[in-house]
Design a protein around this ligand. Sequence first.
Ligand SMILES: [Zn+2]
Length: 211
Amino acid sequence: MAMNQTFNRASLEVIAGTMFSGKSKALLERGHRASEYGNIDVYYFKPILDTRDKGIVSRNGMSKEAFLVKRGMDIFKQMEEVRNESMIIIDEGQFFDDSLIYAIQLLRLKGHNLVVAGLDRDFRGQPFGIMPQLMALSDTHIVKIYPVCSIENCVEDGNLPQRNRNGNPDSALSPTVVIEGSSDEITYTPVCKSHHVVPDLTEYINNKLNE
Ligand SMILES: [Zn+2]
């Protein structure tokens, strides 16, 4: 099936990458094109993460209000009354529970064009949440976009998220998602493979193998 840049009936497109790679910008441009040139209704969704949430915002200042939902299946429920084949744009795919997989299957059967963006790997460099399943579910279009490595003078792709805690590389033994309200200063920057530092990774993996 040839990909169309405006509307792809009954298909799932996945945009994966690190932070600051332009994923949100790509999502917003995708939605804009469908509504502006394809005359398609576009619905935007995000998982509820915190109360400061302001929809989908790109770093170049574009933004779009989004429905904030708890579970993937909530998107299906929200779209239940919509009869027109529409575009459904979902940001932060890595934070959804696996009911999003079922929701996408059902929404695709109704002819909708789904576009999901998310981080493909967590701070340990491992597949993040349901992003691998979403990529498997897509039969048309998977894009990986990465910014340049954030280490000075390095020109490799920054395809891994470096997580620092109070200025130092965070231990692999820390939780995947930092709990809200932590007093530690947490930062994420995109780095290449050779600049990705994850202390205790071997210990983390050994613990996993012995679970
Ligand atoms: Zn680098």
